[in-house]
Design a protein around this ligand. Structure first.
Ligand code: UDP
Length: 311
């Protein structure tokens, strides 16, 4: 396969580059390095089947060699970054999707959109099934991200209907693991980095809000399965085991035998109170479910951050 991955130097994108190269595919990784990092892909640079292009996918990109698959992962996916760069977030989500769709159409390639559980907003249906339309504040601080991904889904299905483009849409729930940036700002990396630096763990709100954390290897396995099956509607991928943020903090402290304290800060506006995927469809259609429990995934993640913080 000849594969283009936008955001290929990002957290999930770099894992995908690695998996495809392992399988013998050729990978073009396009990234503008706003949140992605050259470090994440440096081990691939000597591979003749890997090409790195510095490019902002909110502007058009022309690829000469014939592509089979186009993955749109470029995104400022952490609240810390999308709240700081709302316009870039909208552009990579919407214009980036449009450009990727144009590329996929020109190459008669299969288009994969990395969508998100954020399209469900602060959900009133729990757990979230793919049929739920969501509860998003269209003008709130998170709307730049949520609406860009909702708009990207709309773009994908417009191309699917109008041009019969072969599409895959996965709604990714909270994912963690090696190659997250130290300054990513999301809860797992923040807690691990804070504990490693012997700082207090900062909980936003009371820590009663829930998330369901999926280890990145499980997610990547699901994405690969999704490309193999003929299913063109959106699909949830995530770990359905739900934790309160306070429980995650205590688990990180336990695993690191840390004496850091927990400190409480105001809850950000529109922070979803609960989140947990219904993965019935993924189980049935992909024969997929996560196999790595949070504690095991955290141990691997902690090892990664230890190496990053030392170097
Ligand atoms: N959170 C927290 N401390 C942090 C980072 C996040 O308590 O240092 C909370 C955040 O308010 C949210 C949850 O943890 O309720 C997950 O946040 P994250 O930024 O990981 O992603 P989200 O799921 O909100 O997109």
């Amino acid at each position: 396969m000849n594969i283009l991955i936008t955001g290929g130097a990002g957290f999930i994108g770099s894992h995908l580059c690695g998996r495809f190269l392992e399988r013998g595919d050729s990978v073009i990784c396009a990234d503008n390095f706003i949140t992605g990092s050259k470090d994440n892909v440096k081990e691939f640079l000597t591979n003749s089947r890997f090409r790195l292009i510095e490019h902002d996918i909110s502007t058009p990109l022309y690829i000469e060699e014939k592509l089979d698959w186009v993955f749109h992962f470029a995104s400022l996916a952490s609240p810390k970054f999308y709240l700081g760069y709302p316009i870039k977030t909208l552009k990579s989500g919407l214009l980036g999707a449009h450009n990727c769709l144009g590329i996929a159409k020109a190459h008669h390639a299969k288009l994969f959109l990395a969508s998100t559980s954020e399209i469900y907003g602060d959900p009133l249906v729990h757990p979230q099934t793919e049929e739920y339309w969501g509860n998003v504040n269209t003008i709130g601080p998170r709307s730049c991200y949520d609406e860009s991904k909702r708009g990207a889904e709309a773009f994908v299905y417009a191309y699917h209907r109008e041009h019969e483009l072969n599409v895959r849409v996965v709604r990714i729930f909270n994912t963690y693991g090696p190659f997250m940036a130290v300054d990513d700002g999301r809860v797992v990396s923040n807690f691990v980095v804070q504990a490693l630096k012997k700082q207090d763990l900062a909980i936003y709100g009371k820590g009663e809000q829930t998330r369901s954390f999926c280890y990145v290897d499980d997610l990547v396995r699901g994405i690969l399965r999704m490309m193999e099956v003929d299913y063109q509607l959106p699909l949830n991928l995530g770990n359905p085991v739900e934790f309160k943020v306070i429980e995650l903090a205590r688990l990180v402290l336990k695993l690191l035998k840390s004496r850091s304290q927990i400190k409480y800060f105001p809850i950000p506006e529109d922070d979803p109170k609960q989140r947990k995927p219904d993965i019935t469809k993924a189980k049935t259609l992909l024969d997929w479910q996560p196999s790595i429990p949070l504690e095991e995934g955290l141990v691997k993640t902690i090892e990664y951050f230890k190496s990053k913080i030392k170097s």
